[in-house]
Design a protein around this ligand. Structure first.
Ligand code: ZN
Length: 310
C-alpha cells in the first residue's frame, strides 16, 4: 500500500486518523467509518461491526477502538465501519436492512445496481476487501437471541486461507471456534476472495454490556498484536488462551456435542440439569416476543447521536 490510502473518495495520509461518514454509492445512506493510517508500514486490517444493526457490543467496541487507537500506536492501516447497517441500528431491527427487508450478510458479493443491502455488500466487496490483508466481522446474538461467545473461521476456499484464519482465531480468549463452509456471508466471501477472515460472536438479547464491549476490544487487541499491527501485548489480556475447541457447526436449538458449538448460553446451563425434560426450553425467542432493546440509552447510541450532530 502507498503511504496515502484512497478509498471511495476518502483519503488518509500516513500518520493520520480520519473519522467521517462514507456514502453508499447512488443512495443517501452514509456509514460511519474510521480510518487509522499508522505511522509505520504494516498490514491493512478491515473491521466491520453492525452488519446486523441490532447487535450492539461489537458496534460499541468498534467505535471505541476507532476513537482510542492513534496512528502512532499501529503499524499498517485499520479501516473500521461502525455500524455498516446504520438504518437497522436506528430502527432497532433484528437481522435486516429496513429499506429492503434483506439480511445484508446473505447478499455478498452484492450488486451495484441492486437494493440498499446489495449496494452495501457490493461496496464492501468491490472497494474494501481488495485493500485488506485480514478481515474481522463483529456480530452478536441479535435482539431476540441469547448467545454463547464463539468465533467462525472460513473452511474455504483453500487450506492456506483457512489455516491463516484459524491461526488468528486461536489467539482469542473464548472456548469455541467453528469452521464454516458457507459462501454468502461477508467474511466467507472475503475468504473466497483470498483474504483470511473471522466472524466473532459476543453478547446478545439487545443488550450492550460493558463486559461484552471490553471482551470484544480484548479480541481485537489480541488479533492486531498477532497480525503485527500493535507491538505491545494486549492491554486487556486476562487468563490463559482458551479458543481450542474446534467445531463444524453451531447448535441453536439442540444440545451441543463435540462437533457442535453451543450458540445459546442457556444450553450450557441446561446441560448441567440431570433431567432431559429440562432441555426442552428453547432460548432463541421468536421475533414476536422481542425484549425491549436498551440500545437507545447505551454509550454506543449516545456516540452515534453525537456523531450525527457534528
Ligand atoms: Zn449478526
Amino acid at each position: 500500500m502507498s503511504d496515502t490510502l484512497h478509498i471511495c473518495g476518502l483519503e488518509s495520509a500516513r500518520g493520520q486518523k480520519l473519522r467521517t461518514c462514507l456514502p453508499v454509492l447512488d443512495t443517501t445512506t452514509k456509514i460511519p467509518i474510521t480510518i487509522i493510517n499508522g505511522c509505520s508500514n504494516g498490514p491493512t486490517v478491515l473491521i466491520t461491526a453492525g452488519i446486523h444493526g441490532g447487535e450492539y457490543p461489537g458496534i460499541a467496541a468498534a467505535m471505541e477502538l476507532g476513537r482510542d487507537i492513534a496512528p502512532e500506536d499501529i503499524s499498517g492501516c485499520l479501516i473500521i465501519l461502525h455500524p455498516v447497517n446504520i438504518h437497522g441500528f436506528w430502527a432497532r431491527r433484528e437481522f435486516i436492512v429496513p429499506e429492503d427487508g434483506k439480511n445484508l450478510n446473505r447478499e455478498f458479493p452484492g450488486d451495484a445496481n441492486g437494493t440498499l443491502s446489495q449496494k452495501t455488500a457490493w461496496l464492501l466487496s468491490h472497494y474494501f476487501f481488495p485493500l485488506a490483508d485480514f478481515y474481522i466481522d463483529m456480530h452478536s446474538g441479535d435482539i431476540h437471541e441469547e448467545l454463547h461467545p464463539y468465533v467462525y473461521y472460513p473452511g474455504l476456499p483453500n487450506d492456506d486461507i483457512s489455516a491463516k484464519s484459524r491461526d488468528a482465531a486461536q489467539t482469542l480468549d473464548m472456548e469455541f471456534m467453528v469452521r464454516s463452509t458457507a459462501t454468502t456471508g461477508a467474511y466467507n466471501y472475503a475468504a473466497i476472495s483470498g483474504i483470511p477472515s473471522l466472524l466473532i460472536e459476543r453478547g446478545g438479547t439487545g443488550m450492550c454490556l460493558r463486559q461484552d464491549i471490553d471482551a470484544y476490544k480484548n479480541d481485537i487487541h489480541r488479533l492486531l498484536h498477532k497480525l503485527g499491527c500493535i507491538a505491545a501485548a494486549p492491554l486487556l489480556q486476562k487468563g490463559a488462551l482458551k479458543c481450542q475447541i474446534l467445531c463444524t457447526s453451531v447448535a441453536w436449538n439442540q444440545p451441543a456435542d463435540k462437533n457442535c458449538a453451543p450458540a445459546c448460553r442457556s444450553w450450557i446451563q441446561l446441560l448441567k440439569y440431570p433431567s432431559p425434560s429440562s432441555m426442552a426450553v428453547v432460548t432463541a425467542l421468536p421475533s414476536s416476543s422481542l425484549p425491549v432493546s436498551t440500545a437507545v440509552n447505551t454509550p454506543v447510541s449516545r456516540q452515534l447521536w453525537s456523531w450525527a450532530a457534528t
